[in-house]
Structures are given as structure tokens and as C-alpha cells.
Design a binder for this molecule. Structure first.
Ligand code: FES
Length: 106
């Protein structure tokens, strides 16, 4: 299990190997994932403030597209939790006034 801290929220545990976006959502945080994990929307992006995440794949880089986004963010639908992390969620359903989107596959 890994301890995940989303800025502004209580820390929670996520099993290793689980997609970060699903861990965040299952903790009751209304992170957006508008394309269902297809790397098309970037709404699931997070800033990694602490902890190690695997290197960005070429596909994730293409999904983020803009250099400013690539520099600052990771797509939480592409990260499998491997250890403790502290992240800042960029977009929440309640703040944007739109539904989160289809749940990404496990
Ligand atoms: S890029 Fe759309 S859910 Fe991750």
C-alpha cells in the first residue's frame, strides 16, 4: 500500500499498481477524467509535489502536448502507484461544473 496525499485532503492508502486517477476517485475526490483514460483530455492531470513516479511515456507526452503542461503535469490515468505520493489535482468536477467522465479501466 502507498500513502497518497492530495493537497487539501486527508491522506489515504492506495494499493500498489492501481492507477492513480482511480485511487484518487475512490478516495472520494472528484477528479476529472473526461476521456476515460485514453490520453485525449488531460483533465486528469496532477502536479507531483513529492514522491517518485515512473518516467513519462511518449504517448503520455503526446497526450499532454503543450510544453507548459509536459513540464508541470502528469496524467494520473497513466500512473500506476508504486510508492507514497503528494499531488495537486488540477481539475475537479465540482469546480468545473461538469461530470467527471467515464471511469478509466483498471
Ligand atoms: S487523459 Fe483523459 S482521463 Fe487521463
Amino acid at each position: 500500500m502507498a500513502k497518497i496525499t492530495v493537497e487539501g485532503e486527508e491522506p489515504f492508502e492506495v494499493e500498489a499498481g492501481k492507477k492513480l486517477v482511480l485511487g484518487i476517485e475512490d478516495a472520494g475526490i472528484d477528479i476529472l477524467h473526461r476521456c476515460g483514460g485514453q490520453m485525449l483530455c488531460t483533465t486528469c492531470r496532477v502536479e507531483v509535489l513529492e514522491g517518485e513516479v515512473p518516467p513519462m511515456s511518449d504517448e503520455e507526452r503526446e497526450g499532454l502536448e503543450e510544453p507548459e503542461l509536459i513540464e508541470k503535469y502528469r496524467l494520473s490515468c497513466q500512473i500506476r502507484v508504486a510508492g507514497d505520493l503528494t499531488v495537486r489535482v488540477a481539475k475537479r468536477s465540482s469546480e468545473q461544473g461538469i461530470p467527471p467522465g467515464p471511469r478509466p479501466d483498471d
